[in-house]
Every structure is written in C-alpha cells, then in structure tokens.
Write a protein that binds this ligand. Structure first.
Ligand code: B1M
Length: 209
C-alpha cells in the first residue's frame, strides 16, 4: 500500500476501502503522521475540485467520511496515552458550522498531549460553550474552530461572550480553522491561534505551563 493509493481512495470517497488501506500502510511501516498528512492533502484536493464545480457536496461528504474512517484506524498510533494529566479542554465548532474533521484532528493531538477533551461537537451555540465551562470549572482551555468565512462572525461572538464571563481570567481561549489568522484571533480577543493540529497541541501545553 502506498501513500498515493490512500490519497486517491480518500479523494474518491472509498469509505469501505480506506480503513484497510491505512492498516496495510501501517503494517508496511509507513509512519502514522505521514498517512495523516496524506489524508489532509487529499481533503485539500477535494476542496479544490469543489471550488471548480468538478464535484458537489455529496462527494465532499463521502470523502470526509472516508477520511474519518482512516483517522479512526490511525488514532491509537498517534496517541501517547496519559489522557487527562494536563487538565481539561473544551472544544467545539462554532454555531452554523458543520465541519468537524479539523476539530477532531485537533482533539486527537490535544489528547495525545495529555489533555482530557470535552467535545461539544459541531454547530455549537455560544451558550453551550459557556454552560460547558460552568459544568467543568476546572477547564483550562476553551477551543473554538471555524472553517467557513461565513462563520467567522460566530467565532467572534463566541469569544466576545466568553470574554464577558466573570471566570474569564481562569481559562485560556484558543481559536483555529482554515480562514482564521493570528490577526483575526488578536482582533477578537482570543489568547491563542494555531494553524494546524500539531501546533495546537504544542500551544495548549504552553498555555497551561
Ligand atoms: Co465544506 N467548505 N462546506 N464541507 N469543506 C470548505 C471549508 C471550503 C473551503 C470548500 C471550497 O469551497 N473550496 C468551503 C468554504 C469557503 C469559505 O469559507 N468561503 C466550504 C463550503 C462552501 C461548504 C458549504 C457551504 C457547501 C454547501 O453546502 N454549498 C457547506 C457548509 C456547511 C456548514 O458548515 N454549514 C459545506 C459542507 C461540507 C461537508 C458537510 C460536505 C464536508 C464536511 C464534513 C465534516 O467535516 N464532517 C465539507 C468538507 C469536507 C470540506 C473540505 C473539502 C474539507 C474540510 C476539511 O476537513 N479539511 C473544505 C475544503 C478544504 O478545506 N480544503 C471545505 C481538512 C482538515 C484537516 O483541515 O478543517 O482546516 P481544517 O482543520 C485544520 C486547521 O484548520 C486547524 O487544524 C486542523 C488540522 O490540521 N484547526 C485548528 C481547525 N480547528 C482548529 C482549532 C484550533 C487550532 C487549529 O484551536 C482551537
């Protein structure tokens, strides 16, 4: 099994074949991180094809499902155990946004870094971020993803609402997602921004150090 095969299987949404292909690649000694990066690159190709109207939402969805199945196989190979020793982190994709592959990868890496993650899922209303913290006041970081330019305002409103809470000083707020930049993160009053899942895990460790 080659990385090229995996790339094509994800691009073409071969949900049934991807898990076996990923297992085979692992058995062949290909590094889990290389397989993950290959699948991320495949999703970029899917996005480009969608932009050019070569494929439509159903194809994009099936490719996303294929990637998820592959990530499920990779997960034990990317995690180093010890979940929870760094404290709790709340994660969710903001209101109106249904993209969760990136968020799930960030969760996987953050868990690998030793955090216990409370995953609020996608399309998370502002109040849910707030109530999740109030239910878990020992949370050290709240992470919010936004993957669409049209949900950047929801990210801004979510961070603004968190910033008004009396407990704001006790928790760090981290943001990310393809359209987000450091400049935007600074503008909306987040404590941290990172570009990808690996740097998110590194940043989370720094934030609680
Ligand atoms: Co959507 N979609 N989508 N989509 N989709 C994009 C994002 C798009 C760029 C495609 C394109 O046009 N080229 C485009 C957005 C354009 C824009 O914003 N202006 C788009 C669109 C338009 C849409 C719809 C509006 C399409 C429609 O219905 N007409 C619709 C919106 C639905 C909604 O959310 N309300 C839609 C729907 C969907 C599907 C449901 C079909 C599916 C999502 C399935 C799922 O997630 N379960 C889907 C997919 C798969 C994509 C693409 C192809 C892939 C997204 C992805 O998973 N990337 C995407 C094109 C692309 O990204 N190239 C696209 C891989 C992932 C690993 O990267 O999500 O960036 P990413 O996450 C990274 C970083 O951003 C970062 O780390 C992650 C891992 O390295 N990160 C963080 C993320 N969160 C972080 C948090 C942090 C730190 C870092 O701290 C807390």
């Amino acid at each position: 099994m080659t990385l090229e095969n995996i790339h094509d299987l994800v691009c073409n949404g071969k949900t049934r074949l991807v898990p076996g292909a990923v297992s085979e690649a692992l058995d062949d000694g290909i590094a889990a991180a290389d397989i993950l990066n290959t699948m991320i690159a495949a999703m970029s190709v899917v996005g480009e094809r969608f932009s050019k109207n070569e494929i439509f939402v159903p194809e994009m969805l099936v490719a996303a499902k294929a990637m998820k199945k592959g990530v499920d196989v990779l997960k034990p190979h990317l995690s180093d155990g010890g979940v929870g020793r760094m404290g709790k982190m709340i994660m969710g994709t903001v209101a109106g946004d249904l993209h969760d592959i990136g968020k799930n990868l960030v969760i996987m890496m953050i868990e690998s870094a030793g955090f216990e993650v409370i995953d609020l899922g996608v399309d998370v209303p502002i109040d849910r971020f707030i109530s999740a913290y109030e239910e878990n006041p020992d949370t050290r970081i709240i992470g919010c993803s936004a993957l669409l330019t049209t949900t950047m305002p929801a990210l801004e409103q979510t961070v603004a609402a968190i910033n008004q809470q009396p407990w704001r000083g006790k928790v760090k707020v981290m943001v990310g997602g393809a359209p987000i930049t450091q400049e935007f993160a600074d503008k909306i009053g987040a404590d941290a921004y990172t570009e990808d899942a690996a740097s998110a895990a590194q940043k989370a460790k720094e934030l609680v150090a």
